[in-house]
Design a binder for this molecule. Structure first.
Ligand SMILES: Cc1ncc(COP(=O)(O)O)c(C=O)c1O
Length: 487
């Protein structure tokens, strides 16, 4: 456009720093998908999106509820009488019926073993906004948070970019199924201290993204003791609390643990959202639930930057208050996720690919270490490029989750319909050299030769096709993976 100054001079230092994380391979996969998105009819050899942790398996249940409850929406003739009240309402506290319903729902998905106080709920724009909000409240620029690795890649952006906070990984590995040990916690803590960096807290995702595992009671107690002893905060991102699809092991919230042990509750904060458990990431409903009054007060002022639309609050207040619906939804959603997980992992097992044993989340943590030429990040990325460009699946490499062991990949399985997941599975089976398409059979390293994909055309009913989108879901700017990368 004729300007010669680089953006770094025109824009702020914060806006142009690299902490948005866009340069990671995790985000490049999104571009590959955007450039060549799979469609069963229009582009059957395109890239299948398996890098998006969305729960699309139970939309029909929500749609049915919406149809049966037209008064819950203010944009229907049945609900219009509430329009004015809701349209003008933007109290930072949120609608009381919304906070009450969310508190009740949070208790319900945690097995009613704990009660949540609606007065402690602070709104954020999704868990993304909630995570940034809590970081702002707890730490100054330059301070650090510890975070067990592998961890959700967008933590890098959400917790650091605008706050100036640093992350120190707590290294976990497959020797003990990536469990967090006290030694690893101490090591990360000492590393920060040796660099004269103040550690303000520990953030965990439980259930874990990307592992799909839940922390047991003992592990949670260890974490609470650790932060208590160091007098630092514990932020538990429990966004997948109800996305646990087999009864054992149960999900246990930190809220339950602090009822059972002595600890300074001012240090405990929960982040929650409707993006996964209800499958509504577009609604941008995020929650900080803090046991610390000062954080609640300060967070509430700050939540003005990321309020949940009052229209959404109004709708969800009715939906979540409908106990019968919530009960049925959670049961059915767990069943569908469980079936999908079983189908997918068994299909992988048939060709000798194993995954970390898991029962939560919308993904599996797939072990392709044996396919690496050598156990390095470079080799992992080389394999990943083949998976994206030739196998045509956008899966996410472990290195983008700061995993210390090369060869692990996160594969999302709930953002597509049955037919698409079957195709995705076939493609992975081809990669393993044991699928039906024998043209890829190559000695030892099947993926080292060019893979030519040719899948039989399936008979699709266009109206029921679920997965393809012409563009990835979150970006305001076409083909920018930046904002999208929150899943
Ligand atoms: C652990 C974790 N935290 C936060 C988020 C962001 O969620 P939201 O869409 O509610 O902003 C995600 C999304 O994948 C996540 O996995």
């Amino acid at each position: 456009m004729g300007f010669s100054s680089p953006n770094s001079q025109l824009l702020s230092k914060i806006a142009t720093n690299e902490l948005h994380g866009e340069n990671s391979p995790y985000f490049h996969g999104w571009k590959a998908y955007d450039n060549d998105p799979f469609h069963p009819i229009q582009n059957p050899n395109g890239v299948i999106q398996m890098g998006l942790a969305e729960n699309m398996l139970s939309f029909d249940l929500i749609e049915d509820w919406i149809k049966k409850n037209p008064r819950a929406s203010i944009c229907t003739s049945e609900g219009l009488n509430k329009f004015r009240d809701i349209a003008i309402f933007q109290d930072y506290h949120g609608l009381s019926e919304f906070r009450n319903a969310v508190a009740k729902f949070m208790g319900r998905v945690r097995g009613d073993r704990v009660k949540f106080d609606p007065a402690r709920i602070v709104m954020g724009g999704g868990a993304t906004g909630a995570n940034e909000l809590i970081t702002f409240c707890l730490a100054d620029p330059g301070d650090a948070f510890l975070v067990p690795s592998p961890y959700y890649p967008a933590f890098g952006r959400d917790l650091r970019w605008r706050t100036g906070v640093q992350l120190f990984p707590v290294m976990c590995n497959s020797k003990n199924d990536f469990q967090i040990t006290v030694e690893a916690l101490e090591e990360a803590y000492e590393k920060a201290k040796q660099s004269n960096i103040k550690v303000k807290g520990l953030i965990i995702a439980n259930p874990s993204n990307p592992l799909g595992t839940v922390l047991d009671r003992e592990a949670l107690k260890t974490l609470v003791s650790f932060i208590n002893e160091k007098n630092i905060h514990l932020v538990c991102d429990e966004i997948y609390a109800a996305t646990v699809f087999s009864a054992a092991p149960n999900f246990i919230s930190v809220a339950e643990i602090i009822q059972e042990m002595d600890c300074n509750r001012d240090l405990i904060h929960i982040v929650y959202s409707m993006s996964k458990d209800m499958g509504l990431p577009g609604f941008r409903v995020g929650i900080v639930y803090s046991y610390n009054d000062a954080v609640v007060n300060c967070g509430r002022k700050m939540s003005s930057f990321g309020l949940v639309s009052s229209q959404t609050q109004h709708l969800l207040a009715s939906m979540l208050d409908d106990e019968e619906f919530v009960e049925m939804f959670l049961r059915e959603s767990a069943k569908r996720l469980s079936d999908r997980h079983k189908f997918f992992t068994m299909g992988l097992e048939q060709v000798g690919i194993s995954c970390l044993k898991s029962n939560a989340g919308l993904f599996v943590w797939m072990d392709l270490r044996s396919m690496l030429i050598e156990q390095t990040v470079e080799a992992e990325l080389e394999l990943w490029k083949i998976i994206i460009n030739q196998v045509k699946l956008n899966v996410s490499p472990g290195s983008s989750f700061q995993c210390v062991e090369p060869g692990w990949f996160r594969v999302c399985f709930a953002n597509m319909d049955d037919a698409t997941v079957e195709i995705a599975l076939k493609r992975i089976q081809m990669l393993a050299g044991q699928g039906k398409e024998k043209e890829v059979a190559v000695k030892n390293k099947p993926w080292r030769k060019n893979l030519r994909l040719s899948f039989p055309a399936r008979i699709y009913d266009e109206s029921s096709v679920m997965s393809p989108r012409l563009m990835s879901p979150h970006s305001p700017i076409p083909h920018s993976p930046l904002v999208r990368a929150r899943t």
